[in-house]
Ligand binder design. Structure first.
Ligand code: NAI
Length: 335
């Protein structure tokens, strides 16, 4: 199927071209995000393929529908960037890649935690600079800590399994308990118990109206002093300004972020020659006890191969049957 790919990088093309050897779709790659100015590029395509930071609002979707687009294939798991109600109204199917490598994101979560608690980011620079002093590098054991896992889906369960291996006690919160989590011998707890009992809190729930700014000033207030907070899920789960206050007061001892609320104007691009205009992000980036990575949790070769394969399977299935097993159903809010 003739498909317009937005927001593509050379690595996307490499993995999609390889996967397409067996699918044989007509793939056209465009570098820019999908937005008002680049929208005309979608003209003449029945399907478009977009990524996490392409914002598909009602206006854009209605114009895509008028151009004849019938399928939006997300090459990611999260879909908070698409107005599903608008897509349903305009007769556009939205499909995604529900799982590609939950290990990639779970392992990146651990990478952030381990780098933070042993200050690997500082040690690396010191040793490169011939400074072998240990002053200021004092860490803490992960073994024996209580870790709060918010969201026990595919990624949260793997994070739990890994942390159980470290000898942590895990408390989790999820409105939909997962038997896979319970099998690991970990228990569910209220969100308040997680805040008050955990030395480490890690977020693995989707971004939706219920979870927007889940970690705000009130939540931080309830946490243990010196808590380590990790977010590899979606940026807007965390109120960045509240987190900055928490870091300044010492309430938050360490912060690891792979996602940021306003990341769409920053991440995935080389801005090293420019001045960052986002003051909140710039402030976050100054703390010695903060590590930010640019939404790379998914970025392993296994995950990229799976993303490409599943996205092309979605196109193939839609082309052959007019349906797609990985369609995201729009459920209207109950009255
Ligand atoms: P999943 O759908 O398997 O699990 C999400 C879990 O969160 C579900 O068990 C759900 O019941 C739970 N949940 C929903 N509302 C909640 C709430 N209010 N409080 C607590 N839990 C709640 O999703 P998966 O694959 O584990 O991914 C988790 C998140 O990770 C995704 O939503 C996505 O935003 C993010 N992600 C980040 C990537 C990265 O590169 N950094 C890559 C892939 C996903």
């Amino acid at each position: 199927m003739k498909t317009a790919f937005f927001n593509t990088k050379p690595y996307d093309r490499r993995f999609f071209d390889k996967a397409n050897e067996s699918h044989r779709h007509e793939l056209h790659y465009f570098e820019p995000h999908l937005d008002e100015t680049t929208l005309p590029l979608a003209d003449g395509y029945k399907a478009i393929c977009v990524f996490v930071n392409d914002q598909l609002n009602e206006h854009l979707i209605s114009r895509l529908a008028k151009m004849g687009v019938r399928l939006i294939a997300l090459r990611c798991a999260g879909y908070n960037n698409v107005d599903l109600a608008a897509a349903a109204r305009h007769g556009i199917m939205v499909a995604r890649v529900p799982a590609y490598s939950p290990y990639a994101v779970a392992e990146h979560t651990l990478a952030l935690l381990l780098a933070l608690n042993r200050k690997v980011h500082k040690a690396y620079n010191r040793v490169r600079d011939g400074n072998f002093s240990l002053d200021g590098l004092l860490g803490f054991d992960i073994h024996g800590l209580t870790v709060g896992v918010i969201g026990t889906g595919k990624i949260g369960v793997i994070v739990t399994r890994i942390l159980k291996g470290f000898g942590c006690e895990i408390l989790a919160h999820d409105p939909y308990p997962n038997p896979e989590y319970e099998k690991l011998g970990a228990r569910y707890a209220s969100i308040d118990e997680i805040y008050s009992s955990s030395q480490v809190i890690t977020l693995h729930c989707p971004l939706n109206p219920d979870t927007y700014h889940l970690i705000d000033e009130t939540a931080i207030e309830k946490m243990q002093p010196g808590v380590t907070l990790i977010n590899t899920s979606r940026g807007a789960l965390v109120d960045a300004k509240a987190v900055i206050s928490g870091l300044k007061s010492g309430k938050i001892g360490h912060l690891g972020l792979d996602v940021y609320e306003e990341e769409e104007d920053i991440f995935f691009e080389d801005l090293s020659g420019l001045v960052i205009q986002d003051d909140v992000f710039a402030r976050l980036n100054t703390f010695p006890n903060v590590i930010i990575t640019g939404h790379q949790g998914f970025f392993t070769k296994e995950a990229l191969a799976n993303i490409a394969e599943t996205t092309l399977e979605n196109l193939t299935e839609y082309e052959k049957t007019g349906t797609c097993s990985n369609q995201i159903a729009h459920t209207p809010p109950s009255k």
